[in-house]
Ligand binder design. Structure first.
Ligand code: BES
Ligand code: ZN
Ligand code: ZN
Length: 484
């Protein structure tokens, strides 16, 4: 999508233009600017408008009136209104749209423009590469022109468009079939990204995982046709600092549950179980493209949790990279296993100043928060505060759950140091985080469970159903506002 800026309030014949209205909206102002709008109702009608309205005009431009209806959150309100309006344009098969950037209110034009671009680009995303019937393929919006722009916002516009492009590429990868997006495929995708950016990569293949004694990643991946591996991406954006921050992402390209096989309903969407790794990959890509002044590692363990004669088995005791032994009481709690090795390796070998992991880790997270919030668990209050501040900006909501010594007792083993589930099956998301905690010794670290937020079962807000790209905007904002 080409995104451009125009200072003028320029409208031409056959344009499609989006205009926001809210309770402070002055109907008369609209009439002076859009003198060609045929009268539709009265002032009250516009004020009470609850959904997008397309009105004809005397110059044959389509005017889309986008009401700001989300009362409690101005930012979400603009994103949602822009998304709804752009979808209305899509339904009218319009591939070019103009948007009048509001000029008053508590948000600057720069902030409004940012939110409008997010709403339009993320809201009109479709995954239709497997659609063959022309009629069912949605019109692509190829041009978005922000008009009535009075301040210098070109840089912001370019930056936002970049971020949103990467959010949508992240969604493409998560939506892709598991038989296509295998560990081999994702490695190739990463290679492709690396060839076009300032990122570098290192791959630990199965042999190297063995020589590094990464027993847990190897165990989870051993039943699959596509072999496990771990990829380390590096972005050096601040040459004056030696400090690196690490992002670690769960990359289970398909989670069958293993020998503890999932149910038919539980297995069907499990190609999304690499959503954490996709968020890490596209955050690193974004950081490199925006040249953020920060040094980052992206650590991506990639496995398929498959069923086969060679699959790891319930009851097996496995020695992790850290040296701690883990008894597998359920092969479906595999994400924490691969992350345990990835986290321990990150801390020991890469020695970053902080670690954040993203993982579609527990069904319990979905039970607790639905699609609304990602769960965060951390012993570091300052990281939590910064992540929460970034959530407020991007609308990717997070909520903290507690760590407590009591939970550590729940995963003590009989014949091993640790077990991979709690025998009482309670507090699933906290137990997932507590398990990971055993593998980070001293580095400030935060775990983000995105089981609910990475994948929607139905459309909501600015997202159509399925992959949301959760995490890319959050982490881009986090590292943009904490550049070091
Ligand atoms: N990938 C799943 C978690 C998941 C479930 C993500 C639903 C998205 C939607 C994870 O590997 C898993 O299966 N977790 C188990 C853990 C249990 C065996 C302790 C779960 O949540 O049921
Ligand atoms: Zn699982
Ligand atoms: Zn999983």
């Amino acid at each position: 999508m080409k995104v451009s800026v125009n200072a003028a309030f320029s409208l031409n014949k056959n344009d499609t233009v989006i205009f926001f209205v809210d309770e402070t909206f002055e109907y008369r102002q609209l009439l002076t600017k859009l003198s060609f709008v045929r009268t539709v109702g009265d002032e009250k009608f516009f004020k009470d408008l609850k959904s997008t309205l397309v009105i004809p005009s005397t110059i044959n431009a389509d005017i889309i009136i986008a009401p700001l209806t989300v009362k409690d959150n101005k930012r979400n309100s603009i994103r949602k209104a822009a998304s709804d309006a752009a979808r209305a344009a899509q339904n009218y098969k319009k591939s070019s749209i103009k948007v009048v950037v509001p000029e008053k209110g508590e948000l600057s034009q720069k902030e409004s423009a940012h939110l409008i671009i997010e709403g339009v680009m993320i809201g009109t995303y479709t995954f239709d590469k497997y659609k063959t019937v022309e009629d069912s393929i949605k019109t692509k919006i190829t041009s978005l022109e922000l008009i009535n722009v009075h301040s210098a916002i070109e840089d912001e516009v370019k930056t936002t468009a970049r971020i949103c492009t990467n959010v949508n590429l992240c969604r493409d990868l998560v939506n892709e079939s598991a038989d296509v997006a295998t560990p081999d495929f994702i490695e190739k995708e990463i290679k492709h990204i690396v060839s076009k950016t300032r990122l570098t990569m290192k791959v630990l293949n199965e042999r190297q995982l063995k020589s590094n004694k990464m027993g847990l990643i190897l165990a989870v991946g051993q039943g699959a046709r596509y072999k496990p591996r771990m990829i380390v991406l590096t972005y050096k954006g601040n040459s004056t600092s030696k400090e690196f921050h690490a992002l670690v992402g769960k990359g289970v390209t398909f989670d069958s549950g293993g020998l503890d096989l999932k149910t038919a309903a539980g297995i069907v969407d499990m190609r999304m179980d690499m959503g954490g790794s996709a968020a890490v990959i596209y955050t690193l890509k974004t950081a490199a493209e925006l040249e953020l002044k920060v040094n980052l590692y992206g650590v991506i363990p990639l496995v398929e949790n498959a069923i086969d004669a060679e699959s790891y088995k319930p009851g097996d005791v496995i020695t992790s990279y850290s040296g701690k032994t883990v008894q597998i009481l359920n092969t479906d709690a595999e994400g924490r296993l691969i992350l345990a090795d990835a986290l321990a390796y990150t801390e020991k070998v890469l020695k970053p100043a902080s670690i954040i992991d993203f993982a579609t880790l527990t069904g319990a997270c979905l039970t607790t928060f639905g699609w609304e919030y990602a769960a965060v668990l951390s012993s570091n209050d300052s990281m939590i505060e910064k992540i929460s501040a970034s959530s407020d900006v991007t609308g990717e909501k997070t909520w903290r759950l507690p760590f407590d010594q009591v939970y550590d007792q729940k995963i003590k083993g009989d014949i091993s140091d640790i077990i991979n589930i709690s025998s009482d099956r309670k507090a699933g998301t906290i137990i997932g985080g507590t398990f990971l905690k055993q593998f980070v010794e001293k580095t400030p670290w935060t775990h983000i469970d995105i089981a609910g937020t990475a994948w929607y079962d139905q459309a909501a807000g600015i997202y159509i159903k399925h992959a949301t790209g959760f995490g890319v905007r959050l982490m881009t904002e986090y590292f943009s506002s904490n550049q070091k």
